[in-house]
Ligand binder design. Structure first.
Ligand code: HEC
Length: 161
């Protein structure tokens, strides 16, 4: 009886960990699906960067200046920018995914990382300027921040402009 109970226990454990569950094998994503998901993830990072940049563009174009929003958004961008190289670790060159990423990203990973770091630095400098509450100083730092987006796009993204 005890041996039978133990056998039932072992079977339950095996089922729980999926050892005898054939559907587990079917749930493994294909390399194409992994690549598509990686492209999706990195594009989400950029959507979020744009989300935080947009109010700053507005202020630079004459919308009412809000130093607290400027500082917060600058810090958010500075916090997100270091994730850019991480979300490009998955090399999707061999797959037919929807992307504007150029192959050179994986050929010159350190150059790409340097552009991400420039965004970190310029977003931090912008946030520091905003923390003074001074409109002129803050907007003066905006050009470098916005420029860091375009500077990477010019080198590493399909030219859509
Ligand atoms: C280090 C390089 C780099 C920097 C810095 C960078 N980008 Fe990009 N961006 C890219 C690449 C590469 C793509 C294409 C990604 C893809 O299609 O897989 C992209 C795509 C985008 C997209 C399109 C996303 C989508 O929906 O497909 C937006 C929007 C964007 N970037 C905004 C920004 C903004 C705003 C900044 C600055 C705050 C910025 N990027 C900084 C490299 C960069």
């Amino acid at each position: 009886m005890q041996i039978k109970n133990f056998a039932v226990f072992l079977l339950s454990v095996a089922l729980l960990i999926g050892a005898v569950n054939p559907s587990i094998a079917q749930d493994q994503p294909t390399p194409e699906q992994i690549a598509a998901s990686a492209a999706d993830t990195r594009q989400s990072v950029f959507k979020l960067l744009l989300f935080y940049l947009r109010p700053l563009v507005g202020m630079a174009q004459g919308a009412p200046f809000d130093a607290a929003v400027a500082e917060m958004n600058g810090r958010r961008i500075a916090a997100l920018a270091p994730t850019i190289p991480h979300v490009f670790v998955e090399d999707t060159r061999a797959f037919d995914v929807e992307t504007e990423a150029l192959d050179v990203i994986w050929e010159d990973a350190s150059g790409f990382a340097a552009k991400a770091q420039a965004l970190v630095d310029n977003a931090s400098a912008f946030a520091e300027a905003a923390s003074t509450g001074d409109r002129g100083q803050t907007l003066g730092a905006f050009r470098a921040l916005g420029g860091s987006c375009g500077d990477c796009h010019d080198n590493f993204r399909v030219d859509t402009d």
